[in-house]
Write a protein that binds this ligand. Structure first.
Ligand SMILES: Nc1ncnc2c1ncn2[C@@H]1O[C@H](COP(=O)(O)OP(=O)(O)OP(=O)(O)O)[C@@H](O)[C@H]1O
Ligand SMILES: Nc1ncnc2c1ncn2[C@@H]1O[C@H](COP(=O)(O)OP(=O)(O)OP(=O)(O)O)[C@@H](O)[C@H]1O
Ligand SMILES: [Mg+2]
Ligand SMILES: [Mg+2]
Lengths: 151, 168, 168, 151
């Protein structure tokens, strides 16, 4: 029903506009509803405005900027329909060191009483986690999971 | 509900029984390229009822069964157990009295899949309903990977709208 | 032939004249997300004659012109100069006697593009031939990015064949 | 002409089979020609076999493994038609530390008298390069290039 859609849209847009400046240290991000007589044709446009820049077209954003916009979008969706757990698989890989820290504090802020499992190659993310598991292959082709550290 | 333990046997690169205990807070998983980290995520998607081979990085569903390696013969079946703990008193309907819920999926080389909830056989539909009740589904927002993150930013407005509709 | 200098003015995030000197060996370029590293690669593709807007991450070719920022008005044109040095005596046909070759591309907001070789006007076709002679073209293998690397492994056999045909 | 194609195919395959075990510390990689009566339908299949593993389907490879296979492929194409210069834009981002080192020594071995320009966030790659440029934005939206170090 379009009632439910509109109220969900408003909520996701609310979270997105809040998370975007936290990840980009400023700027504005919002979602724009594209109305169309034919409701099937209508859609939602993501409008990112990093601080100090005039972005005309999302394709011109850098790898890292696209990752931050996408993270803000998925974290907004997750906040609207929170699951008890969240798996993030190498979502931080295009990010530079400062953005890894910002991403991490965002994850910390939404984790609350939920469980977050972060697969990463970034040392920074490993250091900040509460628990760390290592996965290795001592015998070729066979995975082994070891507990590394706990807080 | 909260994740308590994941047990894998014969699933992808886990031929022998492997147990991962989950704790509250943030858990990082690290390790060399190709060591099996994303295979753990595939095990979660699979036990939550995922049936599309491409979303499990396979050509057909039997490809999740350990296909053998240098020192280890292939296994004949794959089994994943996910044990959830009722830590916050909000259990899915029908499970209010359970302190724990164990979800099991098993697959054989002939393509047959079996599903169990608390060790009694059930249908895929029951598993899907259970996880929808909890607020997580294999296609929901509880598994996010890098390719998906980059994709959403440049996708068409109709596709972004679909994402929001799924959350509605 | 070898790269000597790249000069950019009004191109993407380089409104003021920026000069990069290239040396032999391996040069690393580092910097924060969104600071302009891949824009340098786009400048190379553009001066080598790239005309497809999507391969320059733009909607239309004028989008390469600096569109302004907080403290800086937009520029009216974009210009990139690439200076090549004839270090190994293997110059493209017609340029054996030149110690250096300067390739210039300029674009205005009305969509007009101008091309120059050693400061005299030429056509896009001349630029394409020059770079083909050198062994590098804007779509050859001399620019490799991560998305392309991941893509090639899962592409269809016909597409892999096309790649090899281009090298033939 | 199909003569030229076949001889190029043999050369690319030769390089690929040589580079693959260097990147994967063993194993075998080769290209397979898929013949078809209708020459248009024929194609080339990339067959990666990491050491100790039985890979049935390339989609099952990990992010890092796919990157290494792709790198071997492009470096093989580059070796067959060498350009005087090579730009690599964040090609090392999915790789773990050991694989960054292997990738780097591959780049070193093919650079010879060619110029290689490596855009990267990995500290290891920055340390090993001969020259290092930094790109920053002191004024928002405006890039500035600075020379960092030289050997
Ligand atoms: N059924 C199977 N039997 C045996 N091995 C398998 C099976 N399915 C996948 N694999 C192997 O699992 C490996 C991929 O593992 P995975 O994707 O979990 O790595 P990863 O730790 O996530 O690495 P990265 O850091 O590069 O992403 C591949 O080498 C693949 O061949
Ligand atoms: N014509 C233009 N005018 C002004 N800014 C532009 C123009 N075209 C692109 N940009 C800006 O350039 C930025 C992208 O820069 P670039 O892709 O080079 O970053 P990067 O250094 O490669 O970052 P990353 O490490 O994240 O890949 C975007 O913020 C985009 O808005
Ligand atoms: Mg992985
Ligand atoms: Mg970039």
């Amino acid at each position: 029903s379009s009632e439910r859609f509109l109220s969900t849209f408003e909520m996701v847009n609310g979270y997105f506009s809040e998370l975007f400046p936290k990840l980009f240290m400023g700027g504005k991000g919002f979602l724009r509803l594209i109305e169309n007589e034919d409701i099937l044709e209508s859609g939602v446009e993501i409008v990112p405005q990093p601080p100090g820049k005039r972005v005309k077209n999302v394709a011109a954003l850098s790898n890292g900027e696209k990752a931050l916009v996408g993270i803000a979008m998925f974290m907004s969706l997750f906040s609207v329909r929170p699951a008890p757990f969240l798996f993030l698989d190498e979502v931080d890989s295009p990010l530079d060191e400062k953005n890894v820290d910002r991403f991490y504090s965002l994850v910390r802020s939404i984790s609350g009483d939920r469980q977050v499992i972060l697969i990463t190659h970034k040392k920074r993310s490993m250091e900040l986690a509460d628990y760390l598991y290592g996965v290795t292959m001592e015998k070729p082709g066979v995975s082994k999971v070891v507990t590394m550290t706990t807080r | 509900m909260r994740l308590k333990t994941l047990e894998m046997v014969g699933f992808k690169t886990f031929p022998e029984k492997t147990v991962i205990r989950f704790s509250p807070g943030i858990t990082a998983i690290a390790g060399p390229n190709g060591s099996g980290k994303s295979n753990i995520v595939d095990a979660i998607r699979w036990v939550m009822g995922e049936t599309a081979p491409t979303l499990l990085r396979t050509k057909s569903l039997e490809d999740v069964i350990f296909s053998g390696s240098e020192g280890h013969p292939p296994t004949s079946f794959a089994e994943v157990n996910l044990i959830l703990e009722n830590s916050d008193g909000i259990a899915p309907s029908g499970f209010e009295s359970c302190a724990e819920i164990q979800v099991t999926r098993r697959a054989y080389r002939d393509g047959e899949s079996e599903f169990f909830i608390n060790r009694s056989p059930c249908r895929l539909k029951d598993i899907n309903e259970l996880f929808l009740d909890i607020g997580s589904g294999s296609r929901g927002y509880c598994i996010i990977e890098q390719a998906k993150v980059q994709q959403v930013v440049v996708s068409r407005p109709e596709d972004v709208k679909l994402l929001i509709e799924e959350a509605a």
